[in-house]
Design a protein around this ligand. Structure first.
Ligand code: ADP
Length: 488
């Protein structure tokens, strides 16, 4: 390895020469229309909005803004495809299309990963090694279930619901689209999906893939727009099922607006996960897990381990090691494979995170930030730690959705369980210990949909994911992920 690629700096840390992914091969249209009935069509009112790269602040493309009439066309296309084609098609034929989409995502994985990092700001390592492969795996996995529903639910004669309206956020744009579309198709439903306004591009690329795959027209419709477009999907009278991932506030609005209808609903909302490290834990592994849990994806994960609980006896050592590790994190160009922490998804989100950082200081917690440089252009935030945080602090109770970790110490299992559960959310948690019995004790008592043990942020299409309390309800992934799209 040459000297320019890999050197030691004055702090004794490795520094790397830039190793950016080439984005020249990426073909983006200037303008993207709505994908309705198997075709790209112009929005009725001819309105478009810009999507930007949060790391360079450059405009990437213009994207159509769907109004109520466009939503209506998309729902009609989905209904037509459901009644005339998809519902009647033998399940094993449906499976072939889903499988084909999975293969095509794999074939175009590099392009998808680069676009995901350009439009969303996440490091290419994350989009290349996690988002895109997992998206393909979700389609593979659910392709397998399509013709086996009666084995999945023996004796219960499951049938599809009709048209699913699906609304997704900006933190895992392609992966969330896969989480929503794959089980809906496998269970025989048709889809109208809206990606988030700041990250529409990979969903539109997926629309191109779906078009090329030969999936019958109208089975999947992908329309872009803001919250108003999302609300029009939710409130459309011919939508049978609403699947939403996003903020708890919008989730509550959606739930209210469908009250009194017979629409089925699943909500995957906010989180404020406790990552709990016991004295008998492997400390170095735990430090790596903590960093992975909150910093690697800029904290843009609803299940991010944003509250750290450390048992008192190891607190000093663990915090020292964590600070050292934070100093080695590389913040910057998402397209560089050495980057650990990419760009914050939007200016608005960065302002929100900075607001919470100020709040944490005002609340009396001790601030520590990596001393790394951050790029002048784009939206970036240094990995941030709040020591001596307390249970009543807003930085402990509220979801920040950024690389900000609030640290508390604890003495006993009872104490940490109570503190971990004493928040409005219940999406995920992490437990670090040498003792299997302690893990099982904790998993039974933590009110969280997912509990990772001696690891963090691991996903697999076969495992269900979802929350308790204000983190929502319904499960995505695994066998459980089929249920919200079926009636029995
Ligand atoms: P986040 O905090 O992740 O941006 P939001 O809940 O604001 O979460 O957004 C998640 C998704 O919900 C986006 O696609 C957004 O456009 C959509 N959305 C926002 N407001 C509404 C609404 N009132 N009804 C339906 N969808 C909405």
């Amino acid at each position: 390895m040459s000297k320019t690629e890999h050197t030691l700096d004055l702090m004794g840390n490795w520094t790397y020469a830039p190793a950016p992914e080439d984005s020249k091969h990426i073909k983006l249209n200037k303008k993207y229309d709505l994908f309705i009935g198997g075709k790209f069509v112009k929005p009725g009112k001819g309105k478009y909005f810009d999507t930007f790269s949060p790391s360079t602040e450059e405009k990437l493309a213009e994207v159509a803004e769907a109004e109520e009439k466009d939503v209506d066309l998309a729902v009609k296309a989905a209904r037509n495809a459901y009644e005339k084609v998809w519902k009647k098609m033998p399940a094993k034929e449906r499976a072939k299309y889903i499988f084909r989409i999975a293969r095509m995502i794999q074939e175009r994985s590099r392009e998808l990963a680069v676009i995901e990092s350009m439009d969303g700001g996440k490091p290419i390592r994350e989009s290349r090694d996690i988002d895109v492969p997992l998206a393909a795996n979700h389609f593979f996995y659910y392709a397998g279930w399509a013709d086996k529903l009666e084995y999945a639910f023996p004796g219960r004669n499951p049938t599809s619901l009709g048209v699913a309206g699906q609304i997704i956020p900006w933190n895992f744009p392609l992966l969330m689209a896969a989480w929503k579309i794959a089980p809906a198709l496998a269970t025989g439903n048709t889809v109208v999906l809206k990606p988030a306004e700041t990250t529409p591009l990979t969903a539109l690329k997926l629309a191109e893939i779906i078009q090329e795959s030969g999936l019958p027209d109208g089975v999947v419709n992908i329309i872009t727009g803001f919250g108003k477009t999302g609300a029009a999907i939710v409130n459309h009278p011919d939508v049978n099922k609403v699947a939403f991932t996003g903020s708890t506030d919008v989730g509550k609005l959606i739930q209210k607006s469908i009250a009194g209808t017979d629409k089925k609903i699943t909500l995957e909302l906010g989180g404020k996960a406790a990552n709990i490290v016991f004295e008998d834990a492997p400390i170095d592994q735990a430090v790596e897990g903590i960093v992975n849990g909150i910093f690697f994806n800029q904290g843009h994960v609803c299940c991010a381990g944003s509250r750290l609980f450390v048992q008192e006896g190891i607190a000093n050592e663990l915090i020292r090691k964590l600070k050292d590790r934070m100093e080695t994190l590389i913040v910057g160009n998402p397209l560089d494979k050495n980057t650990d922490v990419g760009a914050i998804n939007s200016k608005e989100q960065l302002d929100k995170i900075n607001h919470y950082i100020k709040l944490g200081v005002n609340e009396g917690a001790d601030l520590f930030q990596s001393s790394c440089a951050i790029p002048k252009k784009g939206y970036f935030c240094k990995p941030t730690l709040f020591l001596h945080a307390s249970q009543s602090h807003r930085i402990v109770q509220e979801e920040i959705f950024g690389p900000v970790l609030a640290v508390q110490t604890f003495r006993t299992i009872e104490e940490v369980i109570e503190k971990a559960n004493n928040i409005p959310y219940g999406l995920s948690a992490g437990v670090w210990t040498d003792k299997g019995s302690k893990i099982f004790n904790m998993t039974g008592k933590l009110r969280a949909g997912v509990v990772w043990a001696n690891t963090y942020n691991k996903f697999d299409p076969t495992s269900p994911f979802g929350g308790y309390k204000e983190s929502g309800f319904g499960r995505e992934g695994g066998l459980h992920g089929l249920m919200p799209y079926l009636k029995f």
